[in-house]
Design a protein around this ligand. Structure first.
Ligand SMILES: [Zn+2]
Length: 158
């Protein structure tokens, strides 16, 4: 099973909780004043999920404040300070070209499998000085437990 089947890749709330656990291992950290820990979780219809109020400076924040997720593309904002979307846009550019130029179509049910392939391509690209020979070795190193069909060897043909 691919790790892309994990709930945090398919559910907005699970994704936010996953990011919070990674970004805030010691509890919510206010990006405005740096205070960590016992902040107030704002709840109810007036607040979006994951909104916090700092116990010290009283400002509101979420796990995405001060990150690349905060950039507003509808206002033409793609970089702020040292936060940029260039890398993820490069990745999706390669993915979109592959979808249009190679596969032409993929069912949503299999989308995570295509992402796994393009993750490999992106992480083993020439810009990282990984050329064909090393890319082949890296691909072969990961073939264990992978099959091209859904049917398992012990299953009878229908
Ligand atoms: Zn604060």
């Amino acid at each position: 099973m691919s790790s892309l089947n994990a709930k945090h890749f398919h559910d907005d709330n699970a994704a936010r909780l996953y990011l919070e656990a990674i970004r805030w291992p010691r509890g919510p950290a206010c990006p405005h004043c740096g205070a960590i820990g016992e902040h107030y979780a704002l709840q109810g219809k007036a607040h979006r999920p994951g909104l916090w109020k700092c116990k010290d400076c009283r400002q509101q924040f979420s796990v995405t404040v001060g990150t690349v997720f905060e950039l507003d593309h509808t206002r033409g904002e793609y970089a702020r300070g040292n936060v940029t979307t260039n890398t993820v846009e490069g990745y999706f550019s390669i993915f979109k070209r592959g979808m249009k130029g190679v596969y032409h179509h993929c069912d949503e049910a299999h989308l995570h499998r295509y992402f796994v392939e393009f993750d490999f391509r992106y992480n083993n690209r020439i810009a990282l000085e990984i050329y064909d020979t090393q890319r082949t070795v890296n691909a072969l190193a990961g073939i264990g437990g992978k099959r091209l069909t859904y049917r398992r060897p012990h299953e009878a043909r229908a």
